[in-house]
Write a protein that binds this ligand. Sequence first.
Ligand SMILES: [Zn+2]
Length: 481
Amino acid sequence: MTFVSSFEPRPLWAHFDRILEIPRGSKEEDRIRRHVTLLAERHGLEHDTDATGNLVVRKPGTAGRENAPVTILQGHLDMVNEKDSDVAHDFASDPIRPRQEGEWLHATGTTLGADNGIGVAAMLALLEASDVPHGPLELLFTIDEETGLTGASGLDASLLSGRRLINLDSEEEGDVTVGCAGGAGTVLRLPVESAAATGTALTLRLRGLRGGHSGIDIVLQRGNALKLLARILTAASEAASFRLVRLEGGNMHNAIPREAAAAVLVEGDTAAFRAAIEAELAAVKAEFQSADPGMTLEIGAATSPGRAFSPEATATVLRLLEALPHGVLAMSPDIPGLVETSTNVATVKVEGDTLVVGTSSRSSAGSALRAAERRITAIAELAGAAVEHGHGYPGWKPDLKSPLLATVKALQLEVYGHEPKIVAVHAGLECGIIGEKAPGMDMVSIGPQIEAPHSPNERVHIESVGRFWRLLAVVLDRLSA
Ligand SMILES: [Zn+2]
């Protein structure tokens, strides 16, 4: 045990201190799940683990509150294992070494695992607590949140009887999260005809864009390297005749592409082509001067492969990429500043005689997500591309009339002295998936102040954990009174 056990509230911090010693990277939750299971057994509490590995511990209500409605508390057992490259640390066996800096708790060269270790520690403290009045509790510990929400996706919701759930995985103190985006991916396959061709071979490489997470960062209006390269080439096609040899960029479905590259065969003099490229590039750079100041385009000479896309295929590829939407499609009418629906042209590559385009769309409204998918399908079919819909996951539409939200709001005013900020995120959360598996579930998400999660700079504000605990305690009291 370390100095962390002396922080207030002691029961929560002592549990957090203990789990710092337990390796719990995503998909390696066996040891931490056994730790929680043993604790439940020591207290004579009923528990179940589903086939996926999620654990539910049931704690009866305290005296006089045995018949109050069940409340589910939920957190994820896994953490992101990240370390500085010069730090010797084996996540499979070494304990996380906590370090205090002023009001903050850090780890030493690694992630701290406050995401979601503080939430888990709060649930363990409640599991043991005799001084917090509450109704019947279902403590839901999910696995593998961090690498694709697979724990929540495989959850056996029949283990849960409650219909209100407090997720403890928020990272902004004072915020109450009430919604998230669902997502869906689409792969377009466009047949491209190639033929022998002559001309001057040139390569174009657009890079230096900021990119970012295709959900969280889409609101920043950064450039999409694939869309911009297609735009620049389309502009050049008005001034010079060329054929595409290849076009590619992006490598992750959930990132805004930062780089894109093309090879072309230019017929005749290349001066007009280069001038048109430079002119459109200058216009693009001016538009994106604040969002993407580092953007550069290199034009290089190459040896001709002697083949290229046909003129028709070249035109179709550029038209398809020009027509596909990218970025924010709609803002939320309910929550200021929240993106409701967005889409990202994520990846483009050439496989044999096929151009393969991957897109990913997100929305907190399921119907808007399906509409975005239909729009992409329509454009793809106009271009003659085949469309495959990949695995999607559901969103969580904000319910501003939620009774649980009303209770949390009122009590947060008491604990914090101000009303919470009601927020939703434009990315996937476990609540979206749980809400789909357990229809009618009333849900909110709260947490202490955690910064830079998933990086060795991760830190948690020590006193915010105390306020988070008090809020949780008064909410459980009120919900069962
Ligand atoms: Zn988390």
